[in-house]
Design a protein around this ligand. Structure first.
Ligand code: UDX
Ligand code: UDX
Length: 424
């Protein structure tokens, strides 16, 4: 198939590379000319494991192309896949400005049949609105099908998720596009889930809301474990072996961040309230998450009561490992709180040099701890799990290691003379 993907961000770009690799002709367009120019020069603007090679391979095979000519490209291609951002507005609802813009371009250029696939996460009712909007703009219903096809890609594992999906969701209004949709992805053993446009939109929100709920549950359990001096990992292991619960997404720590979970939780709440549905559970999930950072800071101040002027090193600034994404990063929020308390903050991340006033960003993990009073692990990069603790000890001034992702072997760290802190 010939597919035009609008939006060369984390989702659009990885999907474009994979679809080209599955054999389609894919044109990835973005309004940001500089992004397209660098992609054309073989420079990938984001870090996603395996993406560089996949793009290079498919550009070479004449399967993947890039363009900043959004209108012309949309006009020319029979399948349009929308992957523009849908960020949160101040009231928690989704900003659909970019999606609307794409729909208006589609409306002004469509004169032969097109399949319009919404991959961006959009609130319930949006794809129905898209269908109505195109008709209002004078496009005959015979000339298009709108499809809601949410993504479930985890940053850092996006390609793996594209090659080994656990389901493929398509929301449609009629069965007309289904034959073509079945040619789109590599399915493996994954089931197709066909539903309505709004059903598909809600599967996406329910999925991320459930994942967020699991994390907040884990964090609340870790708080209780902490009070009873029980190792939370034993609890996660103990309940995780029950297939009804499962071990995934039970890791406690600084809480969930990133471009999706916080945004989708707010947007789902907004959509529910609009229809007078109360969201007590979602509110509690949010509240637990919003208080995790303070909880860790309290843990730190029990050992270091006055943080003013203290030199604190943070390892990990992205919202999770194996990405360069800083959007809604709990680590960055933690850093800002430490700065407010008058700390001298030093940061090290394997992928990102944080540019934030008042923060000293390092390029070397061990250099970053020099003369520090405390070290905080805020993202569980593999590199941190393999730390040479003797080296760290020899460079630090203090002895506090606060493991804010419960990812280290506490016994091992203590052996080197550190005061190892965690919650649970
Ligand atoms: C995606 C989804 O689209 C979002 O709805 C989902 O919830 C998270 O994942 P993401 O790929 O992370 O978003 O967004 P981003 O990395 O910001 O990429 C969006 C791209 O679209 C940007 O490169 C931007 O320049 C481009 N864009 C935006 C357009 O080309 N045209 C527009 O009108 C708006
Ligand atoms: C998420 C969804 O998982 C994915 O399906 C898609 O819808 C996009 O949004 P992503 O944002 O890439 O993916 O990250 P994810 O792996 O879900 O992690 C989100 C946050 O939760 C991170 O900050 C992570 O550190 C945190 N997390 C995750 C925990 O705190 N504990 C866990 O056990 C798992």
């Amino acid at each position: 198939m010939r597919i035009c993907i609008v939006g060369a961000g984390y989702v659009g770009l990885t999907t474009a590379a994979a679809l080209a690799d599955f054999g389609h002709e894919v044109l990835c367009v973005d309004m940001e000319e500089s992004k397209i120019n660098s992609l054309r020069q073989g420079k990938v603007p984001i870090y996603e494991p395996g993406l560089d090679d996949l793009i290079t391979k498919n550009v070479k095979n004449n399967k993947l192309f890039f363009s900043s000519l959004v209108e012309e490209s949309i006009k020319e291609y029979p399948v349009i896949l929308i992957a523009v951002g849908t960020p949160s507005k101040d009231d928690g609802s989704s900003n659909l400005m970019f999606v609307h813009r794409v729909i208006d371009v589609i409306a002004s250029t469509t004169n032969v049949y097109k399949i319009i696939i919404t991959k961006s996460t959009v609130p319930p009712g949006t794809n129905e609105w898209i269908h109505k909007r195109l008709i209002e703009k004078g496009i005959d219903e015979d000339l298009f099908d709108v499809v809601s096809n949410p993504e479930f890609l985890r940053e850092g594992f996006a390609l793996r998720d594209l090659y080994h999906p656990n389901k493929i969701v398509f929301g449609t209004k009629t069965s007309r596009p289904i034959k073509n949709l079945k040619k789109l992805y590599y399915r493996g053993k994954a089931p197709y889930i066909f539903t309505s446009l709004t059903g598909a939109e809600l599967i996406k929100y329910a999925s991320n809301a459930f994942l967020a709920t699991k994390i907040s549950f884990a964090n609340e359990m870790a708080r209780i474990c902490d009070a009873y001096e029980v190792d939370y990992d034993d609890i996660a292991k103990g309940i995780g072996t029950d297939p009804r619960i499962g071990r995934y997404f039970l890791n406690s720590g600084l809480g969930f961040g990133g471009s999706c979970l916080p945004k989708d939780l707010s947007s789902l709440k907004h959509s529910a309230v609009k229809k007078n549905v109360e969201t007590k559970l979602l509110d509690a999930v949010r509240e637990v998450n919003d208080t995790q950072i303070d909880l860790y800071l309290n843990k730190l101040t029990t050992e270091l009561p006055d943080l003013t002027g203290k030199r604190i090193t943070i390892w990990g600034v992205t919202f999770k490992p194996d990405t360069d994404d800083l959007r809604s990063s709990p680590a960055v929020m933690m850093i800002k709180k430490l700065l407010e308390k008058g700390c001298q903050v030093h940061a090290y991340d394997p992928m990102v040099q944080l540019e934030l006033t008042g923060v000293y960003s390092h390029t070397n993990q061990y250099e970053s701890v020099k003369n520090s009073d405390a070290l905080i692990i805020s993202t569980e990069w593999q590199q941190f799990l393999e730390t040479d603790w003797a080296e760290v000890k020899s460079r630090m001034k203090g002895t506090i290691v606060l493991d804010a992702r419960n990812c280290l072997d506490g016994k091992l760290v203590r052996k080197f003379g550190f005061l190892y802190l965690r919650i649970g």
